[in-house]
Design a protein around this ligand. Structure first.
Ligand code: SF4
Length: 367
């Protein structure tokens, strides 16, 4: 008999499972708490369950765990990058980001950047993950285990989650939202939905779906250019949903949910930093309830040494500040994001790709 992995089951699904093995429904609530409040790794640790029930559960169910393949800690800012090995041997990344010491909420904030897929099919030219191609979606359990395993490594509670790791979250929508349900359930992990942000590369249809479903988590769009021809070079998904489709989906989202959105923008020198780019971005921002986050670029030369990607250079600090000032002069709410873990390849996909390359190199030296 195949055992059921109880981690990743929503409370309703866990109740169904518990009833299916002939136990009363309320037991599911107890198990759910053990899994997510106390984050135990075995049924034996669930001490308010009878010994025969614990034994029955061990025979019919499992609790999936993660193996940490490797991790790196930034010497400059304490960011920790985990590389987890999954049950099929594939690897994913998760990044734990402490606050800047000067941040107003430095005492309480701890952010986890979570992956939703192994690799990614969207092929954004500035992204290390893109060079892996798409391997598969993560299960609900694998999404949650990134949180559970990272939380075990720190005494400080993880307060914020950003779905900005490997993969496009909208393309694993059902699993990601089931994980969100458990993460925000007061009987589960109990995080505030306001502290969870999903970042999409541009699926206008899912932006509208989130609005229609009145999802409580926050939404960000990786915009990076308001010009279709430039954005198509940076993010080929633009051929499917162009800039106008995205901005009007965000307008719909603003109106329907009464929530603001975040526009993410990496400033590339000579690519998307002209006055015309500023003008178009200001025009879009005025249509929306939004803020613009300017993101420093982490070099990915080791994954994209040739072609268009190799020609991309992130703006200098002065260039970023100039762009920021131009937006501010037009009354656009805008911030420059603090760049975390630069010394440990903390941008999306960098460690996984680097490790994969190292493994390939080891393989090829072996043969
Ligand atoms: S930036 Fe995000 S959507 Fe684009 S290729 Fe990388 S992981 Fe995929």
């Amino acid at each position: 008999m195949t055992k059921t992995n109880v981690k990743g089951l929503t409370l309703g699904a866990l109740e169904q499972f518990i009833v299916s093995i002939g136990e009363p429904k309320y037991r599911a609530g107890q198990i759910y708490q053990w899994l997510y409040k106390y984050r135990v790794s075995s049924f034996d640790e669930m001490t308010n369950l009878s010994v025969p029930l614990r034994q029955k559960l061990s025979e019919s169910a499992t609790i999936e765990q993660f193996t940490v393949a490797t991790f790196q800690t930034s010497k400059t800012d304490g960011t920790v990058k985990f590389l987890y090995e999954l049950s099929d041997g594939k690897k994913i990344e998760t990044v734990l980001i402490p606050p800047r010491p000067t941040a107003v909420d430095a005492e309480e904030r701890m952010t986890l950047c979570v992956s939703t897929q192994i690799g990614c099919a969207l092929d954004c030219t500035f992204c290390a993950t893109a060079s892996m191609g798409f391997l598969r979606n993560l299960t609900v359990s694998e999404i949650l285990n990134q949180f559970i395993t990272a939380q075990a490594s720190t005494v400080k509670p993880i307060t914020n989650i950003v779905f900005m790791g490997m993969g496009e979250p909208m393309l694993n929508y059902e699993n990601m939202m089931a994980a969100v349900e458990i993460l925000t359930d007061q009987h589960g992990v109990g995080l505030s939905p306001k502290r969870i942000t999903l970042s999409t590369a541009g699926y206008a249809n899912y932006i509208r779906k989130m609005a229609d479903e009145d999802r409580k988590i926050k939404l960000a769009l990786s915009l990076h250019s308001m010009r279709n021809e430039v954005r198509t070079e940076l993010m080929p998904i633009t051929k499917k949903f162009d800039v106008e489709a995205l901005i009007s989906a965000l307008e719909y989202y603003n109106k329907k949910t009464k929530k603001s959105v975040m526009l993410e923008y990496i400033v590339f020198t000579g690519v998307n930093d002209t006055d015309e780019d500023v003008r178009l971005l200001v025009k879009a921002a005025r249509r929306l309830d939004c803020r613009v986050n300017l993101i420093p670029f982490h070099s990915i030369e080791f994954t994209h040494p040739k072609g268009y990607s190799a020609s991309l250079h992130g703006a200098s600090r002065a260039g970023l500040e100039q762009f920021w000032q131009k937006l501010r002069d037009q009354n656009v709410t805008t911030f420059i994001r603090h760049s975390a873990g630069v010394d440990i390849d903390a941008a999306c996909g960098q460690l996984a790709v680097k490790t994969e390359k190292l493994e390939i190199n080891h393989e090829s030296t072996r043969h």
